[in-house]
Ligand binder design. Structure first.
Ligand code: SAM
Length: 216
């Protein structure tokens, strides 16, 4: 089994942003581009300065696409894996992002997050244990397991994320996050249990349920 082409090439284009992959982070996917574009459309309507959190940030593709497209925006990048933070540093430099607009945080989900945000954007690890047999061998062999494996039903991180996320949102804040189509029902139950009232599910470009937006 060969190294993924994107690792061989060493970079990936994500919404016209160059994302370098030398530290072998999770390779940005087109399904993610699709919802980040939707988030950017909303951010463009904001009148004031916006503070974003790119949680589970990996290569940094989500937050860097936002910083490149939204003038008056700031982004904190948060990930548990030190190597991804090194990768984000490289990608911020390549894309000429001013230092003051970005911060890197090593954290276990929200453990080291100390402030509230206008937007939280998250692509957590969500591949279910039960679906491991169908997972592409190339992903299993080459992309870091910590980046994609979501344990039972793939819900381990999504559940922990949703328990805490609302307490890190500013008034009128928004959350965009990605999931596997099979998780939609369970996520709906968590929304109810955790008291999220204003939320909507969306499909991706392949007509599969893929992301949710929460307003708080
Ligand atoms: C699916 S990747 C997403 C990467 C990138 N945001 C993207 O969309 O391409 C998930 C990321 O979550 C990180 N991660 C895994 N467990 C974590 C935890 N407990 N706290 C914070 N980040 C975690 C992984 O290191 C990985 O970079």
């Amino acid at each position: 089994m060969n190294l993924p082409l994107d690792y061989k090439k060493g970079f990936k284009n994500f919404l016209n942003v160059k994302i370098e992959l030398s530290k072998k982070p999770f390779i940005p996917r087109e399904e993610t581009e699709f919802w980040v574009e939707a988030a950017i459309r909303e951010l463009k309507k904001e009148k004031k300065k916006t503070h974003c959190l790119d949680l589970f940030s990996g290569s940094g593709c989500v937050g860097i696409a936002i910083l490149k497209n939204i003038k008056n925006s700031y982004c904190d990048f948060a990930d548990v894996n030190r190597k991804t933070l090194e990768q984000i540093k490289i990608n911020l430099e390549i894309n000429n992002i001013e230092n003051k607009r970005a911060r890197l945080i090593k954290t276990d989900i929200f453990s080291n997050i100390k402030r509230k945000y206008d937007y939280i954007l998250a692509n957590p690890p969500y591949v279910a244990k039960e679906r491991l047999p169908e997972l592409e061998l190339q992903v299993k062999l080459y992309e870091p397991k910590i980046a994609w494996y979501g344990r039972q039903q793939g819900m381990f991180y999504i559940e922990k994320f949703l328990k805490k996320a609302k307490s890190f949102l500013r008034k009128n804040g928004k959350i965009f996050f990605e999931f596997d189509p099979e998780q939609k029902h369970k996520i709906g139950e968590i929304f109810k249990r955790e008291g999220y009232k204003k939320f909507k599910f969306f499909k991706d470009q392949f007509k599969k349920w893929r992301f949710a937006k929460i307003e708080y």
